[in-house]
Design a protein around this ligand. Structure first.
Ligand code: ZN
Length: 199
């Protein structure tokens, strides 16, 4: 068994219906995750953003309104990322270093923009397809493909995902893989640095 780290990621929060339950599910198995928040959701639910931080989660930038960034004029794409950075900084005191483009839709211009704003673009290695209606068993099965350093895509917003989380973490640990953070330097999963230091 080769020990290692993988990153659990949850996009599209915070959501009034699911975020607290997601944090409970993660806490119940002692797992930390990276949450790619939508800026306007964060603006509407600052208390949930603070709850994410208090639960030890790492926060990422998932744009302001979840557009296809490659279809936007550069200035609008920049506004999407800047507004989100600003609102998360206002709420938490720190702007995220990680960025995930909605739909994974990116190109050299989007990557260059992210770099210019000091953001590391993070996609994923394994998609649970919770967004497409996958059930808990399918989500757990998808996570079995994860290897050291890799990143799992999930979402804040589905009951099936909540049900799958403790099973995924237990199965990963049985394989010697611990839920870790995403390094802003490499964009890969790595051991958590420091207790509850969110960068
Ligand atoms: Zn998304």
């Amino acid at each position: 068994m080769t020990p290692g780290h993988v990153a659990l990621t949850f996009d599209d929060g915070p959501t009034p219906a699911h975020t607290l339950a997601l944090l409970d599910a993660l806490r119940s198995c002692g797992a930390r995750a990276t949450l790619f928040n939508i800026g306007r959701n964060a603006r509407d639910e600052p208390g949930l953003v603070l709850a994410q931080r208090a639960a030890g989660m790492w926060l990422g930038n998932h744009s302001w309104s979840h557009p296809h960034l490659t279809a936007l004029p550069e200035q609008e794409a920049e506004d999407e990322l800047r507004r989100t950075a600003r609102v998360l900084r206002r709420i938490t005191g720190a702007a995220p270093r990680l960025f995930r483009p909605p739909y994974g839709d990116t190109n050299p211009a989007v990557r260059a923009l992210a770099r210019r704003l000091g953001l590391t673009e993070v996609l994923w290695d394994v998609d649970t397809r919770d967004w497409a209606g996958a059930g808990p068993d399918d989500i757990v099965a998808a996570a079995e493909a994860l290897q050291d350093g890799q990143i799992l895509l999930m979402h804040d917003g589905y009951a099936a995902t909540l049900e799958a989380v403790p099973r995924i973490v237990a199965a990963l640990r049985a394989r010697g893989l611990q839920p870790g953070m995403i390094s802003p330097a490499t964009g890969r999963a790595t051991a958590p640095r420091g207790p509850h230091r969110v960068r």
